[in-house]
Design a protein around this ligand. Structure first.
Ligand code: PCA
Length: 196
């Protein structure tokens, strides 16, 4: 089995993106069934990279990670919207307002990750996790939508979805989660995918 695991670079006020650190830790273990990539926080470039990665590696599962600094729990996203819309420009200066990702694409795609099984596995380890109804309309949602669309067009039945992690907890912070817990959470999700 091949699992594609992605994270993102820093953007906006996020100087260190925990999703990038998680992906780096998993990559360092060189597990034969996991392919990792860190995507730019740019609508166009991230979408192109994601589509290319899927076409090249034909993964059996795609787990995309990003940070949502205002969340306190690991958030398993339910839906990807066909919409780019955020006040914050992306790292290429593209500020999207009410723009369709794919003019001919469906309004939304469901996550095809086993959300309930992942939630149960995370809770069984005592990790804070919730199912969230959607991933916003910034670059994370964009990548999620493009990933699902690319697989759909390939008639792939790969499980694919997006998980937002909270801000990185450092020092005396009470906000967010420590990196070790986030890595544990992602490992837990990877194991659920391996057992599909
Ligand atoms: N979070 C942003 C984009 C990159 C990331 O890690 C988002 O939630 O859209």
């Amino acid at each position: 089995m091949t699992i594609l695991l992605t994270g993102f670079t820093p953007f906006g006020k996020v100087a260190v993106n925990p999703s990038q650190l998680i992906v780096a830790q998993v990559a360092a273990r060189r597990e034969p069934d996991v392919i990792t990539a860190v995507l730019p926080v740019e609508y166009a470039a991230s979408g192109r990279s994601m589509a290319e990665l899927i076409r090249i590696y034909q993964p059996d599962a795609v787990l995309c990670l990003g940070v949502a600094a205002n969340r306190q729990a690991i958030s398993l996203e339910r839906v990807a919207l066909n919409l780019d819309d955020a006040v914050l420009p992306d790292n290429a200066g593209d500020q999207a307002s009410g723009r369709l990702i794919l003019p001919d694409g469906p309004l939304a795609y469901w996550s095809t990750l086993p959300l309930e099984a992942m939630l149960a596995a995370l809770h069984a380890r005592g990790l804070p996790a919730v199912i969230s109804n959607h991933a916003g309309a910034y670059v994370c949602n964009h990548v999620f939508y493009v990933a699902r669309h690319t697989l759909d067009r390939m008639d792939s039945r790969a499980a694919c979805g997006f998980v937002h992690v909270p801000a990185l907890r450092e020092g005396d912070d009470t906000n967010g989660l420590p990196l070790a817990q986030m890595v544990e959470a992602v490992d837990c999700c990877l194991n659920v995918l391996r057992n599909l």
